[in-house]
Design a protein around this ligand. Structure first.
Ligand code: ADP
Ligand code: MG
Length: 229
């Protein structure tokens, strides 16, 4: 299942005028592939993710998430689509201080119903997948920044999303840990067949992704110079 943005324009109020955050942006991300969106601060990268996440409605254009055109959906339907089909990894992990790593991941399943036992088994499987099987009982303050970001990723995968949206996951990490998180995202994208969009202003490690597009002043421009596999 694919993520498609077609000719998306998004404006924000800006005094008496409107600021164009996204200007006729089109992007197609097939299942099992990872696309990086790079570009300077303020160029519209997070806005693009907010649109793909159905958190913001475009002024114009189409957003199709895993076969569902979001144009006709109401609030509750969008919330259900987000819960069931979209995994979101924000820049800040926003983990709950009192919960263990396993509980942070499990809590996502409680939101969508299902048995506690199944949720626990899946949380364990995901912690293993992100290399944190031996950290399951730790709380956030007992984990490194990189480990917290991995939990964030495991949590986003809990409901088996078709689309995975990741905003600047490496900005708080050193070079080596940043590389490890990108390796992990590339591997998970293939294993779990997610259509993954990774927003980053960090041009390192982009040899791991399937394609790179550049955002500039709200426009997607020619691919940055990086190898596409
Ligand atoms: P990036 O993630 O690349 O830094 P953003 O998508 O956050 O860029 O922002 C793009 C532009 O839209 C910027 O000029 C920013 O100031 C503006 N912007 C972002 N969010 C809002 C908002 N909620 N209201 C008004 N302007 C916004
Ligand atoms: Mg941003």
């Amino acid at each position: 299942m694919t993520l498609t943005l077609a000719d998306v324009t998004l404006t924000y109020p800006d005094g008496d005028a409107r600021l164009t955050a996204l200007d006729r942006v089109s992007l197609d991300v097939p299942a099992g592939t990872l696309t990086a969106v790079v570009g300077p601060s303020g160029s519209g990268k997070s806005s693009l993710l907010a649109i793909a996440a159905t958190l913001v409605t475009p002024d114009q254009g189409r957003v199709v998430v895993a076969g569902t055109d979001t144009a006709g959906l109401g609030r509750a339907e969008k919330a259900a689509l987000r819960r069931e089909r979209i995994g979101i990894v924000f820049q800040q992990p926003n983990l709950l201080p009192s919960l263990t790593a396993a509980e942070q991941v499990q809590v996502m399943a409680h939101l969508s119903g299902g048995s506690v036992r199944a949720a626990r088994a899946r949380a364990e499987e995901l912690l293993d997948a992100v290399g944190l099987a031996d950290r399951a009982d730790r709380r956030p303050h007992q984990l490194s920044g990189g480990e917290r970001q991995r939990i964030n990723i495991a949590r986003a995968l809990m409901n088996e999303p078709a689309v995975l949206l990741v905003d600047e996951p490496t900005s708080a990490l050193d070079h080596e840990r940043g590389a490890a998180v990108l390796d992990l995202l590339a591997a998970l994208t293939r294993e779990r067949s997610t259509a993954t969009v990774l927003v980053t202003h960090d041009l390192a490690h982009l040899d791991r992704v399937d394609g790179t597009v550049t955002m500039e002043d709200g426009r997607l421009t020619a691919p940055a110079a990086t190898s596409c596999r």
